[in-house]
Design a protein around this ligand. Structure first.
Ligand code: ADP
Length: 716
């Protein structure tokens, strides 16, 4: 029997073995496999080798490419049929692998079928059940699976129409196994090469993204680099970037695509593909736009533009799609899974860059708006940080201090600025407003800074802390408001008042003098003449006091009144005022109440008298129906309290503090029922505060008022 077998193996494909022919076939196949030629080329060589080894009538070789594309080679079948058969057989082998536990251990096993469509004993049962569906020609078949190192089936060699395997002989079967093994190695090598190619491409794309997209902050530059990348990295014929704006989708950059197409794409984007991208959140790929597209109008516009393939990758930031990156090809361009991933990786990098540029742009816009506001401010602004380093000085500030831009206030210290203000004539005490950042960190400082150079200028300066959102001090801002004009007009007003008062006082003093001379003359006059002379005396007194008030206010600088202080007994003074005003109104009764023993005070008695007279006169004036006016003097703790109570018209609470303001009157109506100019209480306040005391009022409208003031008591 062995002799018989050996004889049968002598011919190729026939019963006789020709070892030289088989070796040559294997060698040629090996050469082709390692040549790096296109896969279809070397699969044809493998097919030829299989034919030489087995002498089969039908040979089919198939291998899956790295992206699972199945490539077949068979000279015996039309391409469609061979692709169909190859796909089905691969499927059959894979199903068999899944359902057979022995799959792994039978790595190099050949599957033999005596008659591909008939059940025979001893054949692989599973395969026998699966293969008949393929309707192979009814003759013996041999299937050599191409099994990769990881056990996966990556292809197969089918030989059909041979003698039975018993006739084929062991050596030929071994040779077929070697061929299968050799082919598998080549496929794996090819896959590895493809993977490393893809990896390199991805690295290249990332390097491109890092090189071109990481550095620029300008949106336009980034978008330009992106459309350029479409050419460089993906070999595209055109590219465009669409960004979602409030008014819809807008093309922000493009290359190689007509305006008309982009406009229609914007419309299409606003209408449909935005939603599609939103639902897929991944790239959308149209392999051939002549058969597949978003819709008919998309297909038509692609046709007009001459675009055949297109990939659209969403630009995503924090899970929100804010744009799309479109890559166009003018011919059908298959994209592998890896390439799609590549496009996505690149676009992810681009999305970060675009988002960053948008933030930068928005920040720049805010900054320039802020700068415009600060630069056009009519106040001078100086901002310094916690270290006292000036970080901002607006043009108005330079102007106020007569500095040109070369003075470079920014980066200098606030201490230096205080010194600079002094060289411009500001007093040391006024420049205390330029405080060191950490001294009294939260206090608001206020000062009037008077500059003498380059011209006389009065600045109202307010220095206030600047806090961040978490309420930490981050620096201080100083506002300089020019009050030179107000000061000037105030000075003119004061000079006028002073001049007017002098001019009025002289004739009034004469009138009063003459009236008194006439009254004192020992001549008998009719009663009516005497009353007239007395009225002249009283009214000129009133006018003189009013003039005195006006002069006091106009002379009073910074609210302080010059005083001639002496230690004095306040009781005697109050008593004399009560005596003096007691008889002035027949309908009022002015009384004095003294509580406790009253200590002495250090006061200007003339000024203190003015205060008391003013309060008692007001009490009489604003109690038009008459009544009691109670003047009290009491010993408080460390101070002497004076108060004047009336039961007159009263003052609403909202006006309690305002009655002490300059020229403030409750009844500002034209009727001016009570007369006066609203200076009395203001002067009282100036005098009391100049003594280091305080003044206040409590009142109930319609019931009366209590005006009080307190002066520090002298320590005995
Ligand atoms: P004048 O009395 O000249 O108007 P004052 O400064 O003395 O000015 O008073 C300011 C305003 O305060 C008055 O116009 C008046 O409306 C109110 N006022 C002052 N004293 C009294 C008082 N005893 N009772 C009610 N209102 C008063």
């Amino acid at each position: 029997m062995r002799n018989n077998e050996a004889q049968q193996e002598n011919a190729p494909g026939g019963p006789f073995l020709n070892e030289g022919l088989i070796t040559a076939a294997l060698w040629r196949a090996a050469q082709a496999c390692s040549s790096g030629a296109a896969i279809s080329g070397w699969l044809a060589r493998v097919e030829q080798a299989a034919r030489d080894i087995t002498g089969a009538r039908l040979v089919l070789v198939t291998a899956a490419d790295d992206d699972q594309t199945i490539i077949t080679s068979s000279a015996d079948l039309p391409p469609d049929e061979s692709a169909l058969l190859a796909g089905s057989l691969m499927q059959v082998l894979r199903i068999r692998d899944l359902s057979s536990a022995t799959g792994r251990t039978e790595r190099d096993r050949l599957f033999m079928l005596e008659n591909a469509n008939a059940a025979r004993k001893g054949e692989d049962i599973l395969l026998r059940e699966l293969v008949p569906q393929l309707r192979l020609p009814p003759s013996a078949a041999l299937i050599a699976p191409l099994r990769a190192t990881d056990g996966q089936i990556v292809g197969l060699i089918l030989t059909q129409g041979i003698e039975t395997h018993r006739v084929l002989g062991v050596k030929r079967m071994q040779a077929l196994q070697v061929l299968a093994f050799q082919t598998t190695l080549s496929i794996e090598g090819r896959h590895l090469r493809q993977r490393s190619d893809t990896f390199c491409k991805r690295m290249e794309a990332i390097r491109y993204a890092v090189d071109h997209l990481a550095a620029p902050l300008e949106l336009e530059a980034i978008l330009e680099s992106m459309v350029e990348a479409a050419e460089q990295v993906f070999g595209a014929d055109g590219a465009s970037i669409y960004l979602g704006q409030r008014e819809g989708v807008r093309c922000a950059a493009s290359r190689g695509i007509s305006k008309a197409y982009l406009q229609r794409a914007e419309q299409l984007g606003s209408e449909s593909f935005w939603d599609t991208m939103r639902s897929t959140k991944g790239p959308i790929y149209f392999a051939d736009l002549s058969t597949e597209a978003f819709d008919a109008s998309h297909r038509e516009m692609a046709r007009q533009e001459g675009i055949r393939s297109m990939v659209l990758v969403p630009l995503i930031w924090e899970d929100t799609i804010f744009g799309g990156f479109a890559i166009y090809h003018r011919s059908v361009r298959p994209y592998s899974y890896d390439e799609m991933e590549l496009a996505q990786t690149f676009t992810e990098h681009a999305a970060v860059a675009v988002h960053r540029a948008r933030i930068y742009k928005a920040a720049q816009r805010t900054r320039s708006n802020l700068e415009a506001v600060i630069n056009s401010m009519s106040d001078g602004l100086l901002v310094y940080d916690r270290q006292g380093v000036i970080i901002l000085a607006n043009p108005r500030l330079y102007d106020m201090f007569g500095l040109d831009k070369s003075a470079k206030l920014e980066h200098s210290h606030i201490r230096d600025f205080a010194r600079l203000a002094q060289t411009k004539g500001a007093s040391t005490s006024a420049t205390a407003v330029y405080i060191e950042p950490d001294s009294e960190p939260l206090a608001r400082q206020h000062s009037i800074v008077e500059l003498k150079h380059p011209e006389i200028r009065y600045l109202e300066v307010v220095n206030q802390p600047v806090m961040n959102r978490s309420n930490d001090l981050i620096g201080r801002a100083i506002f300089h408001h020019d009050i030179t004009r107000e000061r000037d007009s105030q000075r003119v007003k004061d000079e006028f008042l002073s001049m007017l008062s002098h001019e009025l006082r002289t004739p009034l003093t004469s009138i009063k003098g003459y009236a008194q001379i006439l009254l004192r003359r020992p001549v008998s006059r009719p009663e009516s003449d005497v009353r007239a002379l007395q009225a002249i005396d009283v009214q000129t007194d009133k006018m003189l006091r009013l003039i005195e008030d006006l002069l006091t206010v106009s002379r009073t600088e910074k609210g302080r009144i010059p005083l001639q202080l002496e230690r004095m007994d306040p009781v005697g003074l109050v008593q004399s005022v009560v005596d003096h005003l007691g008889g002035i109104s027949p309908r009022h009764e002015v009384v004095l109440e003294i509580t406790g023993s009253i200590p002495r005070v250090s006061a200007d008695s003339r000024r203190l008298r003015d205060v008391l007279i003013n309060l008692v006169e007001n009490a009489i004036k604003y109690s038009p129906d008459g009544g009691r006016v109670i003047t009290q003097i009491a010993n408080g703790s460390g101070e002497v309290t004076f108060s004047v109570t009336d039961f007159g018209i009263g003052i609403p609470e909202s006006s309690w503090s305002r009655v002490f303001d300059e020229f403030y009157q409750l009844d500002s109506s034209n009727s001016r029922r009570f007369g006066g100019v609203g200076l009395g209480l203001h002067i009282c306040k100036l005098i009391v505060e100049a003594h280091g005391g305080r003044i206040w009022v409590r009142s109930v409208p319609g019931e009366g008022s209590v005006f009080s003031f307190a002066l520090p008591a002298c320590a005995d």
